[in-house]
Structures are given as C-alpha cells and as structure tokens.
Design a protein around this ligand. Sequence first.
Ligand code: SAM
Ligand code: DTB
Ligand code: SF4
Length: 326
Amino acid sequence: MNELRHDWTRAEVEQMLNRPFNDLLFDAQSVHREHFDPNAVQVSTLLSIKTGACPEDCGYCSQSAKHDTELEREKLLPLDEVVEAAREAKANGASRFCMGAAWRNPTDTNLEHVIEMIKAVRAEGMETCVTLGMLGEQQARRLRDAGLDYYNHNLDTSPEFYGEVITTRTFEDRLETLAHVRAAGINVCSGGILGMGEARGDRASMLCELANLPEHPQSVPINMLVPVAGTPLQDAAELDPIEFVRAIAVARLMMPRSYVRLSAGRGGMSDEMQALCFLAGANSIFYGDRLLTTDNVEEHADRQLFARLGIHPDETPVEQKTCCSA
Ligand code: SAM
Ligand code: DTB
Ligand code: SF4
C-alpha cells in the first residue's frame, strides 16, 4: 500500500468503502503513521475576502446570486483588514491562512489585489492558500510568482452526480483549473463535499478522480455539507457519520502522503466523530470561529478537543511538504 497509485477503479474504491469498519480504520491508521506524526494536525484559518453575489449556481452555497439566502454581500476587503485577520489567526495558532472569494474567476485586476494580500500574509510568516474560482494558465503563474503556497479548487462530488449540484460550470472546467495550478508548481488543495444526497458509489467515484489526478493533491479537504437556508440543498438528508469516517479512511489509504482535511461541517459533528476522523487519517482542520460565511466550531472547543486527544498543531514548514511526494 506504500506506492502512490493513480489507476484506481470506482469498483475497487467502492469495495474499500464497504469493508468492515474496524479493518478499514486499522489499515488507514497504519498507513497514516507511516507518513505522518499520528498526533499532529495541521491548522488553517479561513477568511472570506469577497462575499456573495457569485454568478455560479452551486447548490450548496450561501454565496450564489441564484439562491435566496440571507447573506450580506461584501466587496473585496481592504489589505489592512486581511493582514489584521492573518495576524490574529497566527496568534491563535494557525499556520496557514486561506482566503476565499466568491468569483466565477478572478479578473486580472482582482488578481493584482489578491497578490498584494498573498505577499502581505506571507510576510507575516504564514503559509497562504487562496480559492478564487476558475483560473487561467497565466493567472496561475502570476500567483506562483507572488509566492502562493496552495490553491484550493474542489471537484466537489463525482462526475456522475455533479450535474445535480452545479450547472454553470462543468467537472472538466474544474480539472482544467487544477491542471493550470499544478503546471505552475503551486500545491493543489482539492476535495469535495459529502452529504449532498450522493450515493456511496459517488463518494467512491469522487475519491477516484482525486487520486487519479497526475499528482495527488497535497491537501484534500473533505467537507460535510453545511445546510444553508435558501439553497437547493437546505433540506438534504443528513449523512450517516460512519459513512463520512469511511470516506476519510479511504482518502487516507488512496492518497497516503496528502494532508486530509476535516473541513466544513465540524460544527455538526460530535467530539467522538471527529476523534474517529483523526484515527481514520484526517490531519488538518479549519480553526477559527468562522468558515467563509457560516459558523465553525468555537476556538475554545477545538483547544479542548486537541487537549483531550493529545493532539498538537503540525508545524512542518511548507518547503518540506511541496512537490515530489505526490
Ligand atoms: N468560489 C470559489 C470556488 O467555488 O471555487 C471558492 C469558494 S467556495 C465557497 C470553496 C468550496 O467550499 C466549495 O467548492 C465547496 O466544496 C465548499 N463549500 C461551500 N459551501 C459549502 C457548504 N455549505 N457546505 C460544505 N462545503 C461548502
Ligand atoms: C473547502 O473545501 N472548504 C472551505 C474552503 N475549501 C474554502 C470552505 C467551506 C465553506 C463552508 C460554507 C461557508 O462558510 O460559506
Ligand atoms: Fe460561487 Fe464558489 Fe459558492 Fe460556487 S461555491 S456559488 S463558485 S462562491
């Protein structure tokens, strides 16, 4: 199980998801400890730098202009507010600062502003990640030249289920953006959302797509749907937590050297479920009271959870995580 594979079939991944839970978790934890400190969790903090009024129609999202949510739109934040938020995140123990903008894609002028933010946040001694929507080849290179560490762009779900959730851009569009990011030499952060009404086979298929990319994404965020009132998915049936843990374990087995992030949706998870996710190989979280537009777990609760589990924040510098491993 040590080799990095890029030739998974949906059927074999489904079989992995179907395994007896104890066998699956044992193997995932064993593989996890071959590659990582089992008690270290990477800590990232999110900031929405441009909020709402997005032209895309992603069925889960509070920020789509096509859904009638209560969200207040906000223009691109001024640089000083971003730097202040990054300083606070660092003081609270985060090592990576992730900035998200509700765009279909950034204009070149947008990109100029974001580049200023990336440089300023890096100057504070933090790793940087941005998620700005679709990206052209040249734009990816400009971000690389600015020193960007990670670009987040999720596949979100399986190619088969995708059309049920998003119609304004295709699964292939997403693969193309990821190719541009990879070609520029920026670390890829890509994962998806579970609990949108997809079948187990769709979870298998999404994991297959992620692991069969030419390089495994260095960071794989697995979000549990945060149901937002006014979105088409507001009433989606809750996913069995055990199914979610299974998907984390299989992600760990398929992408043994990637950081698997227990992402949005932790607010709806018990401490015990999160502990199972860490046991299954999750080793990154979003920390801070807010995600982009919705509430996250409160910081004091996360500190308590880390203390109860004997987990410490991961401090590996980005240089040691980049390239060559995937
Ligand atoms: N607009 C950019 C884009 O879509 O590429 C970046 C921001 S978008 C909010 C980033 C990711 O957050 C989405 O791809 C999705 O996976 C996740 N996300 C958004 N809303 C969510 C929700 N309600 N629950 C869980 N995950 C969510
Ligand atoms: C990711 O996979 N999850 C983060 C980040 N990448 C940008 C976003 C989660 C958003 C949750 C809903 C919200 O707060 O708007
Ligand atoms: Fe826009 Fe991103 Fe939300 Fe989709 S997920 S509606 S692209 S902000």
